[in-house]
Design a protein around this ligand. Structure first.
Ligand code: ADP
Ligand code: MG
Length: 412
């Protein structure tokens, strides 16, 4: 059994469906046979009242009733999933034996089986299971094909066509059910994700706000100490740097709660990139990473919130640097296509992104780093979508990752 089908709620749902199915099955089965063997013959001259005497006779019905305790056994064992298959296969098998016993070696016209067979197909969508649907359709059509070829009978053509038409109808019903359930599930998941984000956001914004005030006085006092005792020790710069780091994490966290308002203005991409490089330069050098920038052609001014775009490039460059612990080269390329869209790519030679992680990029707190926050790309995604832009991640074949931003030059 698949993990997902072990859920008690789903087992309960399947059990309910199976019980409903079994009830319908026996009602159809017995009504049809009573009608067919005991009532119809009274009004028609040809037949005798009662069961055919050369088939399995009553044993046929006893065998079919015998399926009930087996079904109960499996339901009690907590595996109702198998019951529909047991009914399908057993019934098709018993019915086929019965038909062959009645018709093989006689020249009687073949009369097709109990109407309950239609139930197997027509009601197959209630199990919302494509595998069961296909099994039921193939079993029923297969059964008549086998009987037809053994008996050399053309009377099987009608039931085969009937089952074929029923399959098509059932298939439509089934795919409708499945797509309806899928969209319900995805709406539900989306809602849950939004709720989760809202709660995290409020919490983060609250805590962030509380942390920022003590943090700024801490930084102020540290700077003061450094000025007062410039020669005493080298720890002050490190302390200030670490306080800045906490501050930037807190800023990212607060972004979760209330995305800042964006202020669009014309800005120069060269300046934005130059600023970001100056910020990340130190970390890059420490790790033996060189950054090469290629700005193609005269770049038009970009309508954007330059403060936020700087944040984006810092995040992307930091990720690129962090992906190359043993050094390497980053290529930053900026070009404009048709005067409308600016393509900015950050291309590293680092360890790349696992295929399975690509979908998680930008989820809050998704990180593969020991001391990562998993907030950088979330903030990045938010800012880029506020700018009506796009972001693409590409694993390069040779090695490394290429992140491309596509931004409209003029905001509408
Ligand atoms: P953090 O950097 O704190 O882990 P991010 O949101 O910036 O958080 O990145 C999330 C994850 O995406 C990283 O942990 C890393 O696994 C992956 N990632 C992002 N950029 C790159 C890159 N250039 N190369 C390899 N992996 C990357
Ligand atoms: Mg990062």
């Amino acid at each position: 059994m698949k993990e997902s089908t072990k859920n008690p709620k789903l087992i309960f749902e399947e059990t309910k469906t199976v019980k409903f199915f079994i009830a319908l099955f026996y009602i159809f089965f017995f009504s049809y046979d009573i009608f067919h063997y005991y009532i119809v013959p009274i009004y028609t001259k040809e037949g005798m009242v009662g069961l055919e005497n050369n088939g399995l006779g009553f044993w046929f019905h006893i065998a079919v009733i015998g399926l009930l305790p087996i079904a109960i056994f499996f339901i009690k064992r907590g595996n109702p999933y198998i019951v529909k298959y047991i009914f399908l296969f057993s019934f098709a098998f018993i019915e086929m034996i019965n038909s062959l016993l009645i018709y093989v070696g006689t020249d009687k016209d073949y009369g097709s089986g109990n109407i309950v067979e239609l139930l197997f197909l027509f009601f197959s969508p209630i199990f919302v299971n494509k595998k069961y649907f296909w099994t039921a359709a193939l079993t029923m059509i297969g059964k008549y094909t086998i009987i037809g070829s053994i008996l050399q009978e053309s009377n099987v053509v009608l039931p085969i066509i009937t089952f074929f038409v029923l399959s098509v109808i059932a298939y439509f019903l089934l795919t409708r059910f499945i797509s309806y359930i899928d969209s319900l599930t995805s709406v539900h998941l989306e809602l849950r994700k939004k709720e989760k984000l809202a709660v995290i956001g409020q919490m983060a914004a609250g805590i962030g706000h509380e942390i920022r005030n003590p943090l700024s006085s801490l930084k102020g006092f540290t700077q003061l100490q450094q000025e007062r005792y410039p020669n005493t020790n080298d720890y002050y710069p490190i302390m200030i740097q670490e306080i800045d780091r906490i501050n930037s994490i807190v800023n990212d966290l607060m972004y979760l709660g209330k995305p800042k308002e964006i202020k669009f203005a014309k800005a120069n991409m060269e300046e934005i990139i130059a600023y970001t490089l100056s910020i990340t330069q130190q970390q890059a050098e420490k790790q033996g990473v060189t950054i090469e920038t290629i700005l193609e052609g005269p770049l038009p001014p970009l309508e954007c919130d330059s403060h936020q775009l700087k944040q984006v490039f810092i995040n992307l460059l930091k990720n690129a640097i962090e992906s190359m612990p043993d050094g390497g080269k980053i290529k930053v390329n900026v070009r404009v296509l048709e005067g409308k869209k600016m393509y900015i790519s950050v291309d590293d030679e680092g360890y790349g992104i696992d295929e399975e992680n690509i979908l998680n990029l930008g989820e809050p707190f998704f990180t593969t780093k020991r001391d990562g926050t998993g907030l950088g790309l979330m903030v990045t995604n938010q800012i880029i979508s506020d700018h009506n832009g796009k972001i693409q991640f590409e694993n390069k074949l040779d090695k490394g990752t290429k992140v491309t931003l596509i931004l409209p030059v003029i905001q509408k």
